[in-house]
Design a protein around this ligand. Structure first.
Ligand SMILES: O=P(O)(O)OC[C@H]1O[C@H](OP(=O)(O)OP(=O)(O)O)[C@H](O)[C@@H]1O
Ligand code: HPA
Ligand SMILES: [Mg+2]
Length: 190
């Protein structure tokens, strides 16, 4: 629950609690660990900044169940300051290493319109990865309209703007430890 913390006033309701996040990550890591059991290693590509919390927790969970992990980060931006995707994906930070022949798992906090991910999948495949799959903590219904196969999904959530656990509104609320719906008045005020 949104206890007596400063952010409680800005959060309408909790969608995914800290406990639910922890349990789901363990479950996802077990599944990925089984599926990649014979791989020499997997390359996790975290999508900054939203996926930082999920990346850190998911990588640690894979440490219990999976093959050896390497971590890379990309930064792309399509939302800027707003609450809707601009549809234009910009690379703000590219991969540091060659991913040819690697088993890549893209680690995303949320698949919303699916625009970021569909762009990213094409980009990573063009870099000749051996395989590219996606693990996303959250997915919204609109994402299914875009043809992005997300193999590992944590939670399907309603079509509302959410914050917390890495997700921001105008760079705020990323440190909130659960995922909640932002009270409409907060962004209506600008
Ligand atoms: O499915 P989509 O509609 O494309 O939305 C999903 C993407 O949007 C958000 O990133 P954002 O552009 O806000 O950057 P950030 O992670 O730095 O906040 C989120 O972290 C995902 O990467
Ligand atoms: O609901 C959301 N909240 C925060 N960032 C986002 N990026 C895509 N969808 C969202
Ligand atoms: Mg954002």
């Amino acid at each position: 629950m949104a206890e007596g913390n400063w952010h409680a006033a800005d959060i309408d309701r909790v969608i995914v609690s800290e406990d639910q996040i922890r349990e789901k990550i363990d479950e996802l890591a077990k599944q990925v660990g089984t599926d990649y059991g014979t791989a020499e290693s997997v390359l996790l590509v975290g999508v900054l900044k939203g996926a930082v919390m999920f990346m850190a927790d998911f990588a640690r969970a894979l440490g219990r169940y999976g093959p050896p992990v390497e971590m890379e980060f990309m930064a792309v931006s399509s939302y800027g300051q707003g609450t809707t995707s601009s549809g234009v994906v910009r690379i703000l930070k590219d991969l540091d290493s060659d991913i040819a022949g690697r088993h890549v798992i893209v680690v995303e906090d949320i698949v919303d319109s699916g625009l970021t991910l569909s762009w990213l999948m094409k980009y990573l495949q063009s870099r000749r990865a051996a395989s590219v799959e996606v693990v996303a903590l959250l997915r919204k219904p609109d994402a299914v309209k875009v043809n992005v196969p997300v193999k590992y999904v944590g939670f399907d959530i309603p079509n509302e703007f959410v914050v917390g656990y890495g997700l921001d509104y105008s760079e705020r609320y990323r440190e909130v430890p659960y995922v909640g719906v932002l009270r409409k008045g907060v962004y209506a005020q600008g």
